[in-house]
Design a protein around this ligand. Sequence first.
Ligand code: ADP
Length: 657
Amino acid sequence: MHANNQHTGIFANIPDYGFMVNPKGIIEDFTQQAENIFAHTSNLRGLKIQSLFPSIKRKSIQRLHDFEFDYHVKKQTLRFRINVKQLDSTKNEQYIVWLKDITTEHRQERVNRILMNISQLELVSEDINQFYTTIQSELNTLFDANNLYIVLFDKYKVSLNLAFISDTHNIQQPYPQGNTLALWIAQTAKAVILSQKQINQLKKIHNLDLFGPKALCWMGVPLKIKHDIIGVIALQNYNSTDAFTPEDLDVLKFISTQIATSIQHKENELALRQAKEKAVESDRLKSAFLANMSHEIRTPMNAILGFAELVSRQNIQPEKREVYTQHIVNNGKILLNLVDDIIDLAKIEAGQLKFRRNTTNISELLAELLETSIAEKKRLKKNDIQITCNPDNRNTTQWLLCDNLRLKQVMLNLLSNALKFTFGGSIEFGYTIPNNATIQFYVKDSGIGILPEQQSIIFERFRQADDTATRQFGGTGLGLAISKKLVELMGGRIWVTSEPHVGSTFYFTQPLIIPDLTNNHPLAETPSQTPQLIHSNKAALVVEDNEANYIFLYELLHQTGIKVIRANNGLEAVGYIQNNPNTHLILMDLQLPELDGFEATKRIKRIAPSIPIIAQTAFALSDEKNKAMSAGCDYYLTKPIAAKKLLNLIETILSDA
Ligand code: ADP
C-alpha cells in the first residue's frame, strides 16, 4: 500500500471497486479492492478519476451511468462497467464511483455474438472467401493476431491445404506440403499456445516446415466435427510473446466447433452447387453428343443403305458391285468403331477393362502405325501431308512390356486426329526416353491447333474444341477421353501443347518396363492363318433369331463342312437337343424370343451336359459374360463375331472332341 493511500473509515472495506470523489472527480477515498488493482499507477488520493481511466476523460462525473470501458493491466484487458451515485449529504457534495468487473460476461457475450454471426454468415455469404474473411474480422475483435489462417484436409486426409489466410505481412510462400505445425495439431488433436522457443523445439523433434514469418506467439486449434478433424485454425502474433492467454485458447476452442460446422456446411454447399453446374453442363453436352451421334451414325448408315440398294440391282457391272461392296464394308467399319468407342468408355467407367502386358517391339508397332496412317491419308485424299515416324525410333529396336493393343489404340487415335485437323504440312510421331523409368510417345502435327482454354477440356468425354451446331469437323468427342483413361490406367499421363494455326503436339507417357528377353515371355500376338477346317461329319446347332446373323454363321460353318441346323428361339433349341443329344456344338445367341439363351443353356446342359456351347451377344459388358458362364456356356464371344476367331475356337473345340 502506498504511504499516501490512507483510507478513511469503513469505505475501504467495502468488497468492490469503489472511489469517493468530489464533483470535479478528485479522489477523496477508495476501497481496498480498488487500490489493489489501480494504485500501481500513482497515488490515488488527490488524483482526478478521469485521468485514471482515459476512456472517461471527457465525461463529467455526474454523467457516468452504466458506461463500459476496457482497462489494460498486467498484460490483461479487463472490462469494467462504471456507475456513479451522489451521496445524500448537504454540506459536502460527494459522489461514489462504482466499478464492476464484467470481463467474463463481456467476453461471453462477444463469443455468443460471434457464434451467432458465424452461423448466420453461413446462410448469407455468397462465396466461401467472403465467409472466411468475415470469420477473420469477427475473430479480430477477440484476439490480438497479425495472422490468421485456416487449413483443411484433402479428401484422403493426408495433406493440409491452405483454405484462407490473412496476414499483415504479404506471404508469398505456398503452404508447405510436408510436416507443418498445423499438421502436428491435426494429428495430435491438441489445442495449444506456443512460444517461439517451443515452436523451434517442435520443429527440431518433428522435422517441421514452418510457414510464414516467425511468430512470437502462436495459437492453433483443430477444427473438429464430432471426432473428425477436418482442419486447423491458427493465429499468430509477431510482436508479443504473450499475445494469447489460456482464456483466449478456451474461447477459440469453443468457437472452432461452430467454425468447423459452418465450414463443412459451406463446403458441402459449394460441392452441391458445383455438382449442379456439372449436371447442367453434362446435360448440355449430352444433347450435343446425341446430336453428333445421330450425325455420326446417319452418315455411314446412309452410305450402307444407299450402296446396298445399288448392289441389289440386277444387271450391275461386276466392277461396280465390288466398289459398292467396299463402300458398304468401309462404312460398316466406321459404325463398328463408333460402337467400340462407346463400349470401351462404358467398360472403362465400369472398371471392367483388363490390360494384358506382352513383349512388344515398339519399332515394329511404329512401322505398322506409319503404314496405317499413310493409307488413311490416301483415303482422306490429303496427299500433301508428309507423315514421318521419327527415324531414330524406326531404326532402333525398343522392346517394351506393355498392352500393345491398347497402346496402338491410343496412338491411332492421336494420329487420326492429327490427320483430321491438318491440311497440309506434316505429321511426325515417335517416342523419347526422358528418364530410365519412362517412355514418352508423341504425335506432332502442323494443323489448326487448339486454343489454350480448350486444351484441357478436350480430354473430357464428349468434349470438342468446337461443340457448336455449325462445327466443321465430324467426331463424337470420345477419342481423347478414351485415350486419357487408357493411358492413365496403364500408368502414364497425357497432355497437349498447341498453338492455334501452327499445330499441336500430343504427348503421353508409359512406364518403361523392358522385358527380359532371355525368358519365355508371351510375345505379342501375331496373327495366325485362318484354319482350313474340314468337319463334314459334325453338326452344329445355331440358335439365332436374327436372319442376317444366322446367314453369316451359316456361311462360315458351311465352308468347313459342318452341318448347320437352325433354331429360332430357346424353346426350339431345347426341343432339338432333346431329340438330337449327339449334336457336336451349339452357337447360342443370348437375346432370344420365347426362351432366352441363358435359360435355354441351363436346360440343354441338363439334357446333354457334354455339348460345348459358345455364347454370343451384342452386349460387350462383362456382366453378361459372367451370367452366360454361370448358366453353363463353355465359351463366350461378343458380336460382331470375327470369322477367324470363331473358326479358331471351333477348330480347338472339335479337335479336342
Ligand atoms: P473427336 O475427334 O471425335 O471430336 P476427340 O476426343 O478425339 O474427339 O477430340 C476432341 C477434340 O479435340 C476434337 O473435336 C478437336 O476439337 C480437338 N483436337 C483433338 N486433336 C486435335 C488436333 N490434333 N488438332 C486440333 N484439334 C484437335
